[in-house]
Design a protein around this ligand. Structure first.
Ligand SMILES: Nc1ncnc2c1ncn2[C@@H]1O[C@H](COP(=O)(O)OP(=O)(O)OP(=O)(O)O)[C@@H](O)[C@H]1O
Length: 481
């Protein structure tokens, strides 16, 4: 490994010392600076090969200084360290032309590797002139997510094909959108297609469009998703569900950069950035011959593996609070979580990942009457009975019936050999009716006509029931149920 001259800029003396000693042990010559002014004084005489700088410095922003630094010292690689571990910082670092970005706390080995590749003169990431990126909806600062942010930051300015892998609900579509929104195609369309949701025999016409009369039922010419996404990004979700003949056609389009519509002859140029995603084990599908190996390699140019929520427990509190804020912004009652509640959330397995957490937070926002949600409320939702995997899959009312049945079993069991008090039927319906009305109203944002339709009852019946149960319908709109 080649040794170099490294200038470390950080206002924290402890960090300067740790980094200096670690790099000296690897044979580098190290100088340090505590501020931008210091950096300006030292850099001339020291002539570093690499600068490592913190972002927040007493006299300015180290990241904002990177373009100036590289203007004065062309080709000088700058490695940025930052404690603000958001996607926006990673992207800003790339945009300012930083050679690499390491979130704090960093690993000294990782820093050593970054210095080695900076010295080896590996091409720095492309510089993208651009405006300040907006803070993105990707929440979480765990190491696993930081690795994701760094990859996103590297690919936004390019047209490289990205393959996003991860369990259902881990945020694959959100990542695809972030890549689109941060890149030069922002002003052009982002078109998402879910391969699992299209009937097999319609996939090709859905993707590439068809000419008038191309097949039975093809009345008029129709533009496909590739055409709709022209100049923008095409997000192919659940790519593992694509039938093999459509895979062949997709591969050809990716290789040739043009396609023909079903029934058409004239090739159409495809100026589309493709991002694909799957929650399947696609490498296994390749091994089993269910997914074309050549297409896999063509899509897998830059893989992004999204961690399951259980692998990033450190993010759960921030995510949960974010979803409660969002629920409040949508007009649901504003709620907070206490620390014990967050600890209880962190112990859950989250088979449905971030989506499951988001749904739980929305549910709690309406179900819990107190302003602060405690561990007991979480336990009631995630407890041994509720946490049965697959108990209530999304939108499956039979799952709901099972959950209710389990509660009833527990209710009867709680009386031992005795029977519950008489009049159970009416009491039970009365118990269920109030939360059902409140939740439906909240889901319909306080719109009684919509809530009545959701419930499948007449609006006057709903109004009467609300009055009987003393439920204030405007509370769902105000968010103060
Ligand atoms: N890091 C994150 N920060 C904030 N919200 C997130 C994050 N990840 C996921 N979400 C939210 O979780 C939900 C599920 O995310 P998304 O639809 O992107 O998942 P997915 O992996 O594409 O799921 P599927 O495989 O089922 O299509 C969305 O509402 C999304 O906004």
């Amino acid at each position: 490994m080649s040794a170099g001259r490294i200038l470390v800029v950080d206002d924290d003396a402890a960090i300067r010392t740790v980094v200096r000693e670690a790099l000296r042990r690897e044979g580098h010559v190290v100088e340090t600076a505590a501020s931008l002014a210091d950096l300006g004084r030292v850099i001339g005489p020291f002539r570093p090969d690499v600068v490592i700088t913190d972002v927040v410095l007493p006299d300015g922003d180290g990241l904002d200084f990177v373009p100036e630094l590289t203007r004065r010292h062309p080709g000088l690689p700058v490695i940025v360290l930052s404690a603000r571990n958001t996607l926006a910082t990673a992207v800003r670092a790339t945009e300012r032309g930083a050679f690499d970005y390491l979130p704090k706390p960093f690993d000294l080995d990782e820093l050593g590797r970054a210095v080695t590749s900076a010295l080896a003169g590996r091409a720095a990431p492309e510089e993208a002139a651009g405006s300040e990126p907006q803070e993105l909806p990707l929440i979480g600062r765990s190491p696993a997510m930081q690795a994701v942010y760094r990859t996103i930051a590297r690919v936004v300015a390019t047209d490289l094909t990205v393959l996003i892998l991860g369990e259902s609900g881990t945020g694959k579509e959100l990542v695809a959108r972030a890549i689109h929104d941060l890149g030069p195609r922002l002003a052009r369309p982002f078109v998402a297609v879910n391969m699992a949701a299209i009937p097999r025999d319609l996939i090709e016409s859905e993707l590439f469009g068809h000419e008038r009369g191309a097949f039975t039922g093809a009345g008029m010419r129709s533009a496909g998703r590739f055409e709709q996404a022209h100049g923008g990004t095409l997000f192919l979700d659940e790519i593992g569900d694509m039938p093999v003949d459509a895979q062949t056609r997709l591969l050809r389009v990716l290789q040739e950069g043009e396609f023909t519509t079903v029934g058409g002859a004239r090739p159409i140029r495809a100026d589309v950035r493709v991002i694909a995603a799957t929650n399947k084990d696609i490498e296994r599908q390749v091994e089993e011959g269910r997914f074309r190996e050549d297409l896999f390699y063509r899509l897998n140019v830059v893989p992004i593996r999204l961690p399951a929520l259980r692998e990033r427990g450190a993010d759960i509190g921030e995510l949960a609070r974010h979803f409660l804020d969002r629920a409040a912004a949508d007009g649901l009652p504003r709620k907070r979580l206490d620390e014990a509640a967050v600890a209880r959330l962190a112990r859950h397995g989250w088979p449905g990942n971030v989506r499951e957490l988001e749904n739980l937070m929305r549910r709690l926002a309406v179900l819990i009457r107190e302003e602060v949600i405690g561990a007991a409320a979480i336990e009631a939702q995630l407890g041994p009975q509720a946490a049965e995997p697959g108990l209530a899959p999304r939108g499956d009312a039979s799952g709901l019936a099972q959950a209710v049945e389990q509660h009833l079993v527990a209710y009867f069991a709680s009386f031992g050999r005795d029977l519950p008090p008489d009049g159970l039927y009416d009491r039970l319906l009365a118990e269920i009716e109030a939360p059902l009305l409140r939740l439906s109203l909240a889901a319909a944002r306080g719109n009684q006509i919509r809530a009545a339709r959701l419930l499948g009852m007449n609006r006057n019946t709903l109004r009467k029931k609300l009055a009987d149960r003393a439920i204030d319908p405007s509370a769902a709109r105000r968010g103060g149920a």
